[in-house]
Design a protein around this ligand. Structure first.
Ligand code: HEC
Length: 159
């Protein structure tokens, strides 16, 4: 009789344990599908709320104009600030619009070709407060922005 009781309670324990694990599996799969739907919602919001390519380009243009003034006035701190903001905008464009419809090649590939080499040299000139060098590279940078517009069938956007 004692043996039966032991076997019975062991059996009940095993049963309880397996119920708990089924419940746990259900919880996990419910959480997983919740995560999936939240991820889908975030992706949708990102597309809906993110600034468009033209908005980010205009943002870059604002900083480009302010950069020109800052270089002319020898306001190196502001020039540095503008370059930093532009760098962030390039990153945002790559993050949000790397394969935008209006681009013939991914944005990051084209930034490497048209922008970054000149941009990095300009950063150096600003760091060393070299006004003549910075002014020259500024013109080069602005020209390269327009070159990318031409390469992407937007040659009419001349800066
Ligand atoms: C990868 C190539 C590329 C580079 C590099 C690039 N642009 Fe653009 N830009 C575009 C494209 C494509 C458009 C058109 C966007 C659209 O149709 O939504 C555009 C649009 C613009 C516009 C027009 C936005 C409007 O609403 O009127 C401005 C201003 C602009 N770019 C400024 C700049 C500046 C400043 C730089 C350099 C710092 C630059 N762009 C570099 C591709 C580029």
């Amino acid at each position: 009789m004692k043996n039966y009781l032991i076997i019975l309670s062991a059996g009940m324990l095993t049963f309880a344990a397996s119920c708990a694990s089924v419940e746990q599996e259900n919880d996990t799969s419910a959480l997983e599908s919740r995560i999936d739907s939240l991820e889908a919602e975030i992706a949708e919001l990102k597309t809906e709320l993110a600034p468009g390519l033209a908005v980010l380009m205009n943002q870059n243009y604002d900083h480009l104009k302010k950069l020109e003034v800052a270089i002319n006035e020898g306001n190196w701190e502001y020039a540095d600030f503008c370059l930093h903001e532009m760098d962030e905008t390039f990153e945002q464009i790559v993050d949000l619009h790397n394969n935008h419809d209006e681009l013939v090649q991914p944005a990051d590939t084209q930034f490497k070709a048209f922008i970054f080499p000149t941009f990095e040299q300009l950063e150096e000139k600003v760091d060393t407060k070299d006004q003549a060098g910075a002014s020259q590279l500024f013109i080069e940078l602005k020209t390269n922005c327009s070159k990318c517009h031409t390469a992407n069938n937007h040659g009419f956007i001349r800066l």
